[in-house]
Design a protein around this ligand. Structure first.
Ligand code: TYM
Length: 327
């Protein structure tokens, strides 16, 4: 039986954090290693360009994120690891989609509504973000998209856009069984309940933009500093924010005796959390340090990945061009 297709992406906009890891990247790794999927892991640099508008920073962040992917165990021999800007079919297909997506529909996107509510000036790239992301997903006939809860709406946009294209240009309705003429496969999001939204050190969603992260490759000092700044609500035996992060590293059964024995002792519980985070990060941090010494590994990974991704993406783009009548 042929393998299912999995695609996901991460923006190179800052240090990856444990929210990225447990919410999405750990699933990338587990599903890659299950052997059941043909995986595509993408560095979403054109999405990142909405935020990072300096060439040296962009270059550096792409390099760092590629090393992160490799250090956690994403393997170019098993998966296709590439960057979005190397496959021009993404922006080309996004334009085609632009012509069938309406403005009011995009105005319902959370990112747009947030910016509106804060009276922020919004560039067209941010407004159009879901359309490019739909192209990312649909070009590869993706079955599953492992992401955190904050990306759920974007995957729904990709599903709607695929359906609208299939209807407009191929005459396929939602429940039609005619798959032969269908251009785009309808993808499913894969969101794990217990890690859908990993909290940060202040209890809100862990996010680069809230400055409440624990970096995925943090040093012991950085881990200590972050854990010591976890906001603790005095008055309860169990500090909720400490426990919520601790649960990522140990099972609730493993944590129970510790939290029973150290009721109200926040310092002892934070010390235990530092140990557990460091035990998890140390091996991947060391692996990353080794990989960083290899001067060609990033360039080689991305150029091999680009070749493979382009091959697949070009075929789908051609199919879309035939459907719209421009081939
Ligand atoms: P990005 O770069 O913001 O985040 C990468 C992945 O990490 C997840 N994530 C979290 N999960 C749980 N808890 C958190 N606190 C947390 N913070 C981040 C995100 O949900 C995401 O899965 N738009 C995407 C990048 C993208 C993409 C794609 C993803 C571009 N094209 C195509 C999938 C398919 C983004 O901004 O992710």
């Amino acid at each position: 039986m042929s393998k299912k297709i999995l695609l996901s992406g991460v923006k190179p906009t800052g240090q990856a954090h444990i929210g990225n890891y447990f919410g999405a990247m750990k699933q990338f790794l587990d599903l890659q290693n299950s052997g059941d999927y043909q995986c595509y892991f993408m560095i979403a640099d054109y999405h990142g360009l909405n935020l990072i508008q300096n060439a040296a920073d962009m270059k550096n962040l792409i390099n760092e994120l590629t090393l992160d992917f490799l250090a956690i165990g994403l393997d170019p021999k098993k998966s296709i690891i590439f960057k979005q800007s190397d496959v021009s079919a993404h922006t080309e297909l996004a334009w085609i989609f632009d012509t069938i997506v309406t403005m009011p529909y995009l105005m319902r996107a959370h990112a747009y509504k947030d910016a509106e509510a804060k009276n922020k000036e919004l560039n067209v790239g941010t407004f159009n973000y879901p359309v490019l992301m739909a192209a990312d997903i649909l070009l590869y006939s993706t079955d599953v998209v492992p992401v955190g809860a904050d990306q759920k709406q974007h995957v729904e946009y990709a599903r709607d856009i695929a359906e609208k294209f299939n209807f407009t240009f191929c005459g396929i309705t939602k429940d039609s069984s005619n798959t032969e003429k269908t251009t785009f496969k309808i993808p499913e999001p894969l969101i794990l309940n217990n890690v859908a939204t990993v909290p940060g050190i202040d209890g809100r969603k862990m996010s680069k933009s809230y400055n409440n992260t624990i970096p995925l490759f943090a040093t012991r000092e950085q881990i200590t500093k972050a854990v010591m700044s976890i906001v603790t609500d005095s008055g309860s035996d169990i500090p909720a924010n400490v426990y919520a992060i601790h649960k990522l590293f140990k099972t609730e059964a493993e944590l129970k005796p510790l939290y029973e024995a150290s009721k109200g002792k926040y310092k002892a519980l934070k010390d235990a959390l530092i140990e557990d985070i460091d035990a998890f990060i140390k091996p991947i941090r060391e692996r990353r340090e080794q990989l960083a010494k290899d001067s060609v590994i990033v360039a080689k990974t991305l150029s091999d990945g680009a070749k493979q991704a382009n091959k697949v993406a070009q075929v789908k783009l051609e199919q879309a061009k035939i459907a719209i009548g421009v081939n």
